[in-house]
Ligand binder design. Structure first.
Ligand SMILES: Nc1ncnc2c1ncn2[C@@H]1O[C@H](COP(=O)(O)OP(=O)(O)OP(=O)(O)O)[C@@H](O)[C@H]1O
Ligand SMILES: [Mg+2]
Length: 348
């Protein structure tokens, strides 16, 4: 599928990656806004000497440190040197850029066995640092990318502490302190962002890039590419959510008429809300109040978080259910999509 209309973001990301690594970058935004696709697009367009390690934690379930090690590393079996330079050369020999393969960090089986045996998180970081240094020595630029990183928030180390805090300290070390490696973290879980921001002491050490849904003008241009007919109607249903545009495109391929397809999509969102009401809210004492909190969004697309100070726990319910999108940097709350907004207006 072709890639549409993200020039501004692509430029911004490339600018970030062209300089010296100074900050950990968080790429965040509502669900299905195109964060992952954008990252991959940028990596594909980077100069040949960029060595991108892209780890997507959604692709495999990470319950504990053992899974984490398996996901992070690409274990190289057989006769490999222990010299990091040779590991890197071997790894990059087959393809110019690691990003095409999404395989994790190369590690000889023997070294992996040691790290795995001891399960010490610091060993992982020591090895990673060696790899990044090795890449720098070759005159190349390492880029370390963790996508869907909220998936590992529950993972603990051998002394029962969350690995994620150690991980962030490591990333700060790689950027602000040694300027060795570009570090990007992508997530649509903004409560998680707020949590790590306050707990891992990231103030002044991290920056945030919001990859949002498209505005109307940009969206109309993409509608054109997708061959949508009644643009105003499409906007009224799905707005600038690229993921929903892909869905509509697919529905139309299955020979649904545009309006019919939009109605089907809306019906699914309504059903999702009804399901939450029935399955999760009915048994809660404060279920009715949580449900009626959505009334605030009937008229307004976006409100500030402060408006909910007294009912923050109720607001939290909808954020955790991915019905509302919370932007921690701006302190605003809104439905995750225009389609959901429409469903809220009809159902609540
Ligand atoms: N610029 C684009 N042009 C065409 N298709 C796109 C573009 N950006 C994203 N898509 C498509 O839209 C869908 C959602 O994109 P993507 O998975 O990148 O979103 P995301 O923000 O990472 O979602 P999540 O919140 O689930 O992580 C995918 O099918 C993707 O291929
Ligand atoms: Mg994604």
């Amino acid at each position: 599928m072709p890639f549409y209309n993200r020039e501004r973001y692509i430029k911004e990301m490339k600018a970030v990656l062209s300089g010296e690594p100074n900050f950990v970058y968080f790429v965040y935004g509502p669900i299905n806004s195109g964060k992952t696709a954008l990252l991959i697009k940028v990596f594909e367009e980077l100069p040949e000497n960029y060595r991108v390690f892209y780890i997507n934690f959604r692709w495999r379930y990470v319950a504990d440190i053992n899974n984490l090690l398996q996901v992070l590393f690409d274990i190289r079996r057989g006769e490999y040197q222990e010299d990091i330079r040779e590991i890197i050369t071997e790894f990059f020999k087959e393809s110019a850029r690691a990003v095409k393969r999404f395989k994790g960090i190369p590690i000889p089986e023997r070294i992996f066995d040691v790290i795995f045996g001891e399960k010490k998180v610091e060993n992982i970081f020591k090895y990673l640092e060696g790899i990044f240094e090795g890449i720098r020595e070759c005159g190349d630029v390492p880029v370390f990318v963790l996508d869907e990183m909220q998936s590992i928030k529950e993972v603990i180390n051998t002394v029962g502490k969350p690995v994620i805090h150690e991980l962030f300290n490591f990333l700060v070390g790689m950027t602000k302190e040694t300027h060795l490696c570009h570090c990007l973290c992508a997530t649509s879980d903004c409560l998680f962002i707020e949590d790590v921001y306050s707990n891992a002491r990231l103030e002044g050490r991290a920056k945030y890039i919001l990859v949002d849904d498209l505005g109307k003008e940009e969206a109309f241009r993409v509608y054109e590419e997708f061959g949508f007919g009644n643009k105003e109607l499409v906007w009224d249903y799905i707005g600038g959510k690229i993921g929903d545009m892909v869905s509509l495109f697919e529905e139309k391929k299955r020979s649904y008429k545009e309006e019919e397809a939009l109605k089907r999509m809306l019906k699914n969102e309504r059903a999702r809300l009804e399901w939450i009401k029935l399955k999760k809210l009915k048994k809660r004492e404060d279920g009715k109040e949580i449900w009626s909190l959505l009334l605030n969004f009937k008229e307004h697309w976006e409100t500030t978080k402060n408006q909910f100070e007294e009912h923050f726990d109720k607001l939290l319910f909808w954020i955790e259910e991915n019905v509302l999108f919370y932007n921690p940097m701006e302190g605003t709350v809104r439905p995750q999509s225009r389609l959901l907004w429409r469903a809220i207006k009809e159902v609540v």
